[in-house]
Structures are given as C-alpha cells and as structure tokens.
Design a protein around this ligand. Structure first.
Ligand code: MLT
Length: 200
C-alpha cells in the first residue's frame, strides 16, 4: 500500500494514520505531530478509488458499505501492517491507529476482526463498520472516539452503538462530543492528545 513511514522512538507506539475519503497519506501527519512528535508514524493511503478519491474500502452509497470489500480490505491492511513491521523493524503489537471518517471506519473494522490488530485507537467520527459479528476479545484496548452531535454522516445513535459494541468486547472506550458536524475540529484533536497522554 502507498504509505509514509517515519521512524521515531521505539519506546513509543507506532501511530497508524488513516485518512478520510478523498484524502492521502499526507493528511493526518500534522495530527501525529501533535499527538506525539516522538512516535514513529505509518501513514497509509487507501487502495480503493471512488471517482479518483482514495478510500480504504468500497461503499454502495453514502454510509452503506460494501461488506465483502470491507472484509478483504481489512485483511489487506492487517497484512500490510505486519509487512511494514518487518520492513521497518517496529513492534507489530505496538500500533495505535488514528483515523478520520473512512479511515476511522477501517480502524474500527480492524478492531472488529482481529484481537491483536491494534494496541489502541483514536477514532474521529467513526461509524459502525459492520453488524452481526461477534467481536474478538478487546479487554482493556483503549479506544477514544470523537463525534459531532450534528453529524449528518454519523448520527449520535451510531456513535453510541459503536461504543457499546466495543465496550461489550471489553475495550476501554471514551467518547468526546462536540456540537458540530462531520468535520474534524481543533478541540477534538486536543482532547485526543490529552487522552493519549493519559495512556502513554
Ligand atoms: C465512509 O464511507 O466510510 C463514511 O461514509 C464516511 C466517509 O464519508 O468517508
């Protein structure tokens, strides 16, 4: 997968950056710098193109995911993280995802599919990636979710449902709400930074 790797301190988590629809591997680099400038960064570009806009998996319509493609792309990303760990010499079990929108959704899908895919996750405006699936054991996996109470793409009920599914699997979830819509705001990024500092 097209990506950027920046080597940082081995004592810090590797920040896996996953952009939103139409983004690139460049988009979330400033977030990583803010969250932890000493951490290694693996920033990936989604392999799917929707009319030229990169995404991490196909969708049939706004908010309606192609679940077959989601499963295939989730596995592809999971395998890619393993390959990158071998190539760049980082610990596969020390990866913390930071995703926005479509990137948060594939990060959520990694959590839904694999017990050890992520050490933790910051999910900005995620949806429920898929339903009717038994989640793996996520005991104590820290997950920080940010959401907008006026988000038309991801309504509050969807955020609550995602949190309860993750919690049900044992994850240590926290949700930060703001009054805006789907856009990423400065305050939610700052809250994510505070949350990260408590964990690391
Ligand atoms: C998705 O397709 O993953 C969500 O609808 C969010 C987005 O627009 O990327």
């Amino acid at each position: 997968m097209k990506h950027i790797f920046k080597k940082g301190s081995p004592s810090k988590p590797v920040l896996l950056l996953l952009h939103g629809t139409g983004g690139t591997e460049q988009d979330l680099l400033p977030l990583a710098d803010l969250i932890d400038p000493e951490a290694s960064v693996l920033s990936v570009r989604g392999n799917v193109s929707e009319n030229g806009m990169p995404r991490f998996f196909k969708r049939l319509a706004e908010g309606i995911f192609d679940l077959e493609d989601l499963a295939v792309r989730t596995e592809e990303l999971y395998d890619f993280i393993g390959q990158a760990a071998d190539k760049y010499g980082f610990d596969r079990n020390n990866v913390l995802a930071i995703g926005y929108s479509n990137g948060a959704n594939i990060a959520g899908s990694l959590l839904f599919h694999y017990e050890n895919a992520l050490k933790g996750a910051i999910l900005h405006h995620p949806m429920v990636p898929l339903r009717d699936k038994k989640l793996p054991d996520l005991t104590n996996v820290p997950v920080f979710i940010t959401a907008g109470i006026n988000d038309p793409i991801c309504p509050p009920e969807e955020t609550n449902e995602l949190e309860s599914l993750l919690k049900g699997a044992g994850a240590a979830t926290e949700v930060y709400w703001h009054k805006n819509g789907h856009q990423l705001t400065q305050d939610e990024v700052q809250e994510a930074q505070l949350w990260y500092k408590k964990q690391n």
